[in-house]
Design a protein around this ligand. Structure first.
Ligand SMILES: Cc1cc2nc3c(=O)[nH]c(=O)nc-3n(C[C@H](O)[C@H](O)[C@H](O)COP(=O)(O)O)c2cc1C
Length: 169
């Protein structure tokens, strides 16, 4: 397995729109003993409070949601196109019902602080939660946004500092 090198967030060369929207990512939260992962394709990267951040949006019904709430840090793992199948699997099955590590064959790895990510990733962002807020119907400005919700499934937004970037490039 190729080793990661640590790079600065500004050294990431990926297009920020395709990185999450097209490539997708696995958001993984928990610790060495207990963690869960799920696919995301909404969200972003940027700058907030002068820090490099990710913006992540998780619906409360996801099993991963509880892990995001219970832990201060999580990871976003990005893969080559050859991993589309496991990413699709992790985005269409719940960790409540299946063991995603066993089913996909992905290899969990952990930072020194115990933040879980995946060894097969080409790029990993280690994220530390800074600001968390649940989305609300009365904050919607354009009607089409509401079509994405059924009333009790508004995303929770996590603005998180990118504390470390692991790259295989
Ligand atoms: C391509 C793709 C992108 C997704 N993006 C998100 C997202 O940004 N936020 C979210 O809450 N769910 C998203 N999902 C849905 C979750 O990945 C899916 O419900 C998953 O099975 C949840 O797993 P869990 O219950 O083990 O947490 C996405 C699914 C796919 C296939």
């Amino acid at each position: 397995m190729p080793k990661f090198k640590i790079i600065s967030p500004s050294a990431i060369t990926d297009n920020p729109f395709t990185l999450i929207g097209k490539d997708w990512a696995l958001v993984t939260a928990g610790d060495r003993n207990r963690f869960n992962t799920m696919t995301v394709s909404w969200g972003g990267t940027g700058i907030m409070w002068n820090k490099p951040v990710t913006f992540t949006f998780i619906r409360p019904q996801r099993y991963t949601f509880g892990f995001m709430e219970e832990n201060g840090c999580f990871s976003m793992s990005f893969f080559d196109e050859s991993f589309r199948k496991p990413l699709s699997y992790c985005g269409s099955h719940s960790g409540r019902d299946v063991d995603k590590v066993q089913e996909t064959g992905l290899t969990p790895a952990f930072t020194e602080d115990g933040v879980p990510y995946f060894a097969e990733a080409r790029l990993v962002l280690i994220c530390k939660k800074l600001y968390v807020q649940h989305m609300r119907e009365d904050c919607i400005v354009e009607g089409f946004v509401k079509q994405n919700y059924n009333g009790d499934d508004y995303h929770r937004m996590y603005v998180s500092e990118i504390t470390s970037v692991l790259s295989k490039e």
